[in-house]
Design a protein around this ligand. Structure first.
Ligand code: MOS
Length: 732
């Protein structure tokens, strides 16, 4: 039986509130946790496989050119070498999880430094690595690579420009105005587990053990790249060590492994090195953002301009959606929102950790701080004055809107009232102390998802979906939803994920995994409840399920006794509908940060942070807190250390490893408090839960740079706020 639902309207039933098991919302430990910490959970490259051989990618040492030939014969003669694969199909997959698009590059046209051009396969990894290093490439470089985003004539896509009213007039008539240009650098997704694939063929059937986020799409992409039917591809990814966008689409190692395995009739393992991950998987585009804010005497916005420049490879469709939230963040009837794209010979740009809002909201929130100071209005109050009644550009209602509550709860929890609004007033020895804040905004999405739930005769249940858990807590929250709906203890529910033979889930991306797949499990369980109620002789709403028992009126029976001798099984299927066009759905929050800036070195240390978030029903208090906390750690990285540095001569990423690309380590991360607000968004889905995987980064960096300003009087408009940008401003 399949229970299908299309999300066209609000679902006001709030069925989870009727359940009495008490699993949803509790801080359940991850069921997969012990497997991971004991090494029993095998990641892609760790699968024990017979007769395995190893492939190492060979990458272009130039940002632009044409590969004429390579020293194949000499390298084939090296010890252990089995094959050299160089095939256009290695790069046929497009960047963003949509199959059937034309390839952007092949292996012969070099479009960026580090682009894979071949795979060398040998008996051992060491032999393959040696041979890959020995392979000589003959590359013809003709015209010059485009490496500087400001030196090329950008594309101005028509569908990415919009305006309302007359912003120039609003700026002219404004009592307070901000008109500043800010820049953010390119970022690396930086998942802990490098991309890896083991490919194995049985006849026409390919099995790929990989590390990917969106298996049903990844299967289509891989099939499309190879020119075979999706039904002949099975992808397994039960455990994934982070993706952060870089595993939304398949990467060249997957196709290369499949091609080599076919050629050799042996399983082939290809694992990327850390520099491979930096150079050959998606990066976040650098951005240049001009922000204009026009406000009246009370600080109410009358106009907002947000014009951005991003980059990508020639021909790529993706453009960092920097202004995604600008349309609905704040009031203001006069608007210009626009985007230009510079075509550069840099590693392909794609989704990284909250594409759009992570950099877009962060910059607007810096500009709001500049406006607050100019108008002499407290930054929290300024934001509250600018909360719109409805979506100001689409003129539809908000499904729910808890920004004001988040601002208040965060300010209270942090102790914002202790802040001195005048910069440079607080000192602690050599350290200049400051406080800053920012709002958080992130669009909320629902994606099509299916899940199968089986209730066994012994009173246990199994959940099955090709959905992934990329470290986010999917195993935990799906368990909890089934526990509540079916009245089972967590130890009696098993979740099987990450196998394309199972019903297709939404995949993990855009913070939509929990809500979409959670709804699929909910729907399957609703169907099972109906069947149990029928067996118990009551209406489904009158059925109470708890601790393996069914309670109907004053009767109590063991659930297993209601079951037929075999298992009961149902599939839940959710599809997005018109709900998203009838209302504006988003998640909101507020960040508060205290920083200390050394008056001697200009170095910033974050001393403490508080974030308050509203993301609908919280499914698991522990994993939700971890998600928000992780997002704020990304914010610390964005504000202070993270930047891909491209060598201006060759286009190479100079800092392509964790020694030189600085994501925050424990010593950089202070006490972080997370406040989760109670909210139920009936428009989101039947769980009333919204995404929060990415909400924690959507403005967090601004709280830190605003705090740096409060500490030092130095406004850093070029992220990250490294000491060289702060120190000159400290000399008085
Ligand atoms: Mo996310 S950057 O959509 O994985």
């Amino acid at each position: 039986m399949t229970r299908h639902m299309k999300m066209d309207n609000a679902d006001t039933r709030r069925r989870l509130d009727d359940m009495v098991q008490g699993a949803v919302g509790a801080p359940l430990d991850r069921p997969d946790g012990p497997l991971k910490v004991t090494g029993a959970a095998h990641y892609a490259a760790e699968q024990p496989t017979d007769a395995l051989c190893y492939g190492v990618l060979v990458r272009a040492p130039a940002a632009k050119g044409r590969l004429l030939n390579m020293s194949t014969n000499a390298v084939m003669a090296l010890p252990g070498v089995l094959a050299i694969v160089s095939d256009e199909r290695m790069l046929r997959n497009p960047a963003q999880g949509t199959a059937n698009e034309a390839p952007v590059q092949g292996v012969h046209e070099i479009a960026y430094f580090g682009q894979p051009v071949a795979l060398v396969v040998a008996e051992t990894f060491e032999q393959a690595r040696h041979a890959a290093q020995a392979l000589q490439l003959h590359i013809e470089t003709t015209d010059e690579a485009a490496l500087d985003p400001l030196a090329v004539e950008p594309e101005i896509p028509e569908d990415k420009q919009s305006s309302m009213g007359d912003l120039d007039a609003a700026m002219k008539n404004a009592v307070y105005r901000v008109d500043e240009t800010y820049t953010t650098p390119s970022h690396s997704s930086a998942p802990m587990e490098p991309h890896a694939s083991i490919a194995q063929w049985e006849g026409e059937q390919l099995t790929l053990r990989g590390s990917y986020q969106m298996l049903k799409y990844n299967r289509n992409e891989l099939a499309d790249s190879l020119g075979i039917e999706p039904k002949n591809v099975r992808i397994l990814a039960p455990y994934v060590g982070g993706g952060f966008g870089s595993k939304l689409g398949i990467a060249p190692e997957a196709v290369a492994a499949a091609l080599a395995a076919k050629k050799l009739s042996r399983p082939v393992s290809v694992a990327m090195t850390r520099p491979h991950v930096f150079e050959t998987t998606m990066r976040r585009s650098e951005t240049r953002q001009r922000v204009r804010l026009a406000a009246d005497a009370q600080g109410r916005l009358t106009g907002i301009g947000h014009e951005t420049l991003v980059s990508n490879l020639p021909g790529e469709r993706f453009a960092e959606p920097v202004t995604q939230a600008t349309a609905f963040m704040y009031r203001g009837e006069n608007r210009i929102i626009g985007q230009k794209i510079a075509r550069l010979n840099r590693t392909c740009a794609g989704s990284v950790r909250a594409p759009g809002e992570a950099v877009g909201v962060t910059i607007v929130e810096n500009a709001m701080d500049e406006l607050a100071e100019q108008a002499g209005i407290d930054p929290v109050e300024l934001r509250k004055r600018n909360i719109p009644e409805e979506d100001p550009t689409r003129q539809v209602p908000f499904s729910s809107h808890k920004l004001a509550e988040a601002l208040d709860a965060g300010a209270r929890g942090f102790g914002w009232e202790k802040r001195n609004a005048i910069p440079k007033q607080v000192r602690d020895g050599e350290w200049m102390i400051g406080m800053g804040m920012a709002s958080a905004f992130r669009v909320n999405m629902l994606k099509e998802a299916q899940a199968r739930v089986r209730l066994n005769a012994n009173g246990t249940a199994e959940i099955e979906s090709d959905q992934t858990d990329i470290g986010t807590g999917t195993y935990a929250i799906l368990t909890q939803i089934a526990c509540d709906m079916l009245g089972l203890a967590p130890e009696n529910v098993t979740v099987r994920l990450g196998d394309t033979d199972l019903p297709p889930g939404s995949g993990s991306g855009g913070s939509f995994g929990a809500a979409s797949n959670g709804t699929a499990v909910f729907l399957a369980c609703e169907e099972l409840r109906l069947q149990l109620a029928t067996a118990a002789g009551c209406a489904e709403p009158d059925l109470t399920l708890k601790d393996g028992k069914a309670i109907v009126g004053n009767r109590q029976v063991i659930i297993a006794e209601l079951l037929p001798s075999t298992a009961l099984e149902a599939t839940g299927h959710i599809e997005p509908g018109d709900a998203s066009s009838k209302v504006r759905q988003a998640t909101y929050g507020a960040y508060f940060a205290e920083v200390a800036v050394s008056a001697i070195t200009g170095e910033t240390r974050v001393r403490r942070m508080t974030g308050a978030f509203a993301a609908g029903r919280i499914l698991n208090a522990k994993t939700a807190r971890s998600q928000c906390l992780g997002g704020m750690v990304w914010g610390i990285g964005m504000a202070l250390t993270e930047a891909l540095e491209f060598d201006p001569r060759y286009g190479q990423i100079a800092n392509h490893d964790f020694a030189e690309y600085h994501i925050p380590v424990n010593a950089d991360v202070p006490q972080i408090d997370v406040i989760l607000l109670e909210e139920h968004d009936d428009w989101a889905n039947p769980l009333q839960a919204k995404g929060l995987g990415e909400l924690g980064i959507c403005g967090a960096g601004a709280a830190i740079t605003n705090a740096i300003y409060n500490a030092t009087g130095v406004r850093v408009r070029d992220y990250p706020a490294t000491l060289d940008k702060i120190l000159p401003g400290l000399e008085t």
